[in-house]
Design a protein around this ligand. Structure first.
Ligand code: CIZ
Ligand code: SF4
Length: 353
C-alpha cells in the first residue's frame, strides 16, 4: 500500500528541519515507507559503523530493532543520542538469551569443569548485556559475515566455544565452514533442568549452541526448498545462515544480508532466485531486479513482526518531536555494560578481514 501522503509530507518537513543534526538509519528489513527516509541502509553492523562515522549528527534515528540501537549507542560518541521510533521493536532471538540465564549457564559450565576452556561468542543479534558478558569472559561478538573468523579466533584461545544466541548460525558456521561434525555441537537449553546436558556431554562437545533462533529465518524448511525447486526448475536457492542446517545444506548459496544483496546485483538477467530471508527485503529486491525472477522461499507471508513495528506514523512522531527539541525513545546503554560490550566488539573488529 502507498504511504499516507500527509504523513509523507510531515516526515519530509520534520526531516528537513533537523538537517545534519539527525542521521536516519534504515535496516534492510524495514518497510519501504520507512526506508524512503533513510539516509543510509544496511545490516545492523554496517549501520552502527555508519552512525559512528557521523559525529556531527546529534540524533541517530535507528529504524531497526532494539539491540541494533544499543549497538549504535555503544559505537557512537557520548554526545550522540540514539532514538528508536517504537520501543516495542525488540527481537525475539535476542530475547532468547537473558543475562541471568547466561550467567547460570556459565556456572553450569564451571561445575562441569569446562568454563575456563570455553570462549563465549555472541552474534550481533543479542542485547548489550550479552555482548558485555562475552567481553568480561574473554569472548567476542560476530556477525553473519565474520562468524567463521570469530570461531577460528575462539579456538586459538580455548578448546570450546559457547555460541549465543542463534543455534543455527553457530551450527552452520561450525559444520559448513570449520568442518566440525554435527556431533561436535551440543545444544544448551535454558528451559531444561541442568540446561539439558550432562557433564560428560559438556566435556566432549566442541561447540555449545545456545538454544535460540530467529522466528523469521527459522521458519524455512526442507519442504519450502523442495517446493520452490518444483515450481521453478532452474531456480537458485539463496538463504541466510540463520536458517536451519538442513535448509542451508539444501540451498545453492548461503550468506549474510549484504551478501544476498550483492549476489542479486551480480546475477545475470533472466536468472531465477528464491530467497530465504525477511520479506520486506525480498520484495524490495524483486522490485529492484525486474529482469530477474525473485521469489520468497516460502508460501506463507513472513515479515519480521518487530521490525515492522517501525512504521511511518512512528517515524513521523519521532522526527517531529526531535525537531521540536524533545528527545523521545532514547536508547542508552549504561557505562559498565557499554565498556565490556565495546571490549567484545573491538575483539571482533580486530579479526582478520
Ligand atoms: O542486521 C543484521 O545483522 C541482520 C542479519 C539482522 C537480522 O535480523 O537477522
Ligand atoms: Fe530478530 Fe529475526 Fe527479526 Fe532479525 S529477523 S530482528 S533476528 S526476529
Amino acid at each position: 500500500a502507498a504511504s499516507d501522503p500527509d504523513l509523507v509530507e510531515r516526515a519530509r518537513r520534520a526531516r528537513e528541519a533537523l538537517g545534519d543534526r539527525a542521521f536516519v538509519l534504515g535496516h534492510h528489513y524495514q518497510r519501504d515507507e520507512v526506508i524512503q527516509f533513510a539516509d543510509v541502509t544496511g545490516d545492523s553492523f554496517k549501520l552502527a559503523k555508519d552512525a559512528a562515522a557521523r559525529p556531527e549528527a546529534e540524533f541517530i534515528v535507528f529504524c531497526g530493532v532494539h539491540f541494533m540501537a544499543e549497538s549504535a549507542d555503544i559505537l557512537t560518541g557520548d554526545h550522540q543520542q540514539v532514538v528508536l521510533p517504537d520501543l516495542a521493536a525488540g527481537c525475539s532471538m535476542a530475547d532468547m538469551a537473558r543475562p541471568l540465564q547466561v550467567d547460570d549457564a556459565w556456572t553450569r559450565l564451571g561445575d562441569a569443569g569446562v568454563a575456563e576452556s570455553t570462549v563465549p561468542i555472541t552474534y550481533m543479534n543479542s542485547s548489550a548485556d550479552i555482548k558485555a558478558f562475552c567481553g568480561r569472559h574473554g569472548g567476542a561478538v560476530c556477525t553473519s559475515s565474520n562468524a567463521r573468523q570469530a570461531l577460528d579466533w575462539a579456538f586459538e584461545h580455548g578448546e570450546k566455544v559457547l555460541f549465543l544466541p542463534d543455534q543455527h548460525l553457530g551450527r552452520n558456521t561450525a559444520v559448513l565452514q570449520l568442518g566440525l561434525s554435527l556431533d561436535d555441537c551440543l545444544v544448551v537449553d535454558p528451559h531444561k533442568p541442568d540446561f539439558g546436558v550432562t557433564d560428560d556431554e559438556l566435556r566432549a562437545a566442541r561447540v555449545l549452541l545456545w538454544k535460540g533462533h530467529c522466528s523469521v529465518h527459522g521458519r524455512f524448511s526442507l519442504e519450502s526448498v523442495a517446493d520452490v525447486r518444483e515450481r521453478i526448475p532452474d531456480v537458485n536457492v539463496l538463504v541466510h545462515p540463520e536458517c536451519k542446517n538442513e535448509v542451508v545444506t539444501s540451498a545453492d548459496h548461503v550468506g549474510s544480508t549484504e551478501y544476498i544483496i550483492k549476489t542479486l546485483a551480480e546475477a545475470p538477467a533472466g536468472s531465477a532466485w528464491a530467497i530465504g530471508t525477511e520479506l520486506n527485503l525480498v520484495k524490495r529486491l524483486a522490485n529492484e531486479h525486474p529482469d530477474k525472477t525473485v521469489v520468497f522461499l516460502d508460501k506463507t507471508v513472513c515479515f519480521c513482526s518487530t521490525m515492522n513495528r517501525i512504521d511511518l506514523p512512528h517515524l513521523v512522531w519521532a522526527l517531529e518531536n526531535l525537531a521540536e527539541g524533545r528527545v523521545v525513545n532514547r536508547i542508552e546503554v549504561d557505562d559498565d555494560t557499554e565498556h565490556w560490550a565495546r571490549v567484545a566488539l573491538d575483539r571482533m573488529l580486530a579479526l582478520p578481514g
